[in-house]
Design a binder for this molecule. Structure first.
Ligand code: PMP
Length: 299
């Protein structure tokens, strides 16, 4: 076994990681193998963006982090103000104006049992780096997605509203997408209705009406989703949060995905079938432009 092979995915050594209150190099940002986040995926996180030096909807992200933590009975060791300051400190230390921020809170080091009461204090770390978007071409031509056979979490399992460090379910769906030669997969819920993609919320257009699954369909309460709903309403577009089936995907005139990393991206093929005429639709393009405008104006 060669455990010392060079890793092409190694982080840039000059990155400064905010790690439990200190700025350290990636090599020094080390979580214990006894941390329950490593042992069990017991932790919560956020993916956040900075545009022009301002963090996009940071309060909403921190609210979601607090909700995720509360749901799994993890007591955050920092206040919202402290987390806000830490996020900005990390951006500044890395000279990042436009970038991506990953904020993670682990359960902390504990015994080998599952019990979260047998852990010490949570670890908080923040990574700020350049963002890797989908290839530019996909924003112009649209991307293809496939239906996944892996269902999104049942609401009585780990709620899909919790942004936990256990994404294996979504990773299985992502693998299906990759096996099919595409970047994303649509996940359905336990009732067979459309939920969302592995890391993005989903929107359709039909007859000028914008449709998206309600939160109760088992989706993450996406912050980009919220922003796009606001933008659509501003444009006077009718928005229906409704149960959607695979049939709705197949008869849609337009489709797009929303997410912090992806922003707004057109989908032009679902399960090998063209969406509408197979090119990004006018309302999708409008939402892409409106979203870019929104982030440029500071959210
Ligand atoms: N759904 C899932 C499963 C996600 O992981 C994400 C990305 N955080 C989203 C949707 C999009 O949410 P947001 O717009 O807040 O990034």
């Amino acid at each position: 076994m060669n455990f010392d092979k060079p890793n092409p995915f190694d982080p840039r050594p000059e990155l400064k990681i905010w790690f439990n209150g200190k700025l350290v190099s990636p090599a020094d940002a080390k979580v214990s193998i006894f941390d329950h986040c490593i042992l069990y995926g017991d932790g919560v996180f956020e993916g956040i963006r900075s545009y022009g030096g301002k963090v996009f909807r940071l309060d909403q992200h921190l609210q979601r982090l607090e909700d995720s933590a509360r749901a799994v009975r993890l007591e955050l060791p920092m206040t919202r103000q402290e987390l806000t300051a830490a996020v900005y400190e990390t951006l500044k230390a890395n000279n990042i104006v436009d970038g991506y921020i990953r904020l993670v809170v682990t359960r902390g080091v504990g015994t080998l049992g599952l019990s979260p009461t047998r852990t010490a204090s949570p670890t908080v770390f923040i990574i700020a780096d350049q963002i890797e978007l989908y290839p530019k071409e996909l924003y112009e031509k649209g991307m293809a997605v496939v239906s996944s056979s892996v269902i999104r979490n049942h609401p009585n399992a780990v709620s899909p509203r919790i942004k936990s460090c256990n994404y294996l379910n979504n990773i299985l769906a992502k693998i299906e997408a990759q096996d099919a030669g595409v970047y994303e997969a649509v996940m359905y819920n336990h009732l067979g209705y459309v939920a969302e993609c592995t890391g993005d919320n989903l929107f359709l257009l039909r007859g000028g009406v914008m449709q998206t699954p309600p939160i109760t369909a088992g989706v993450l309460e996406g912050i980009t989703r919220d922003a796009v709903i606001e933008l659509a309403r501003k444009r006077g577009i009718i928005l229906r949060e409704m149960e959607l089936t695979r049939q709705d995907l197949y008869v849609a005139e337009e489709c797009f995905l929303t997410g912090t990393a992806a922003e707004v991206i057109p989908v032009t093929k679902i399960d090998g079938r063209p969406v509408g005429d197979g090119t990004p639709g006018p309302i999708t393009k409008q939402m892409m432009a409106d979203f870019r405008d929104l982030v440029r104006r500071g959210g």
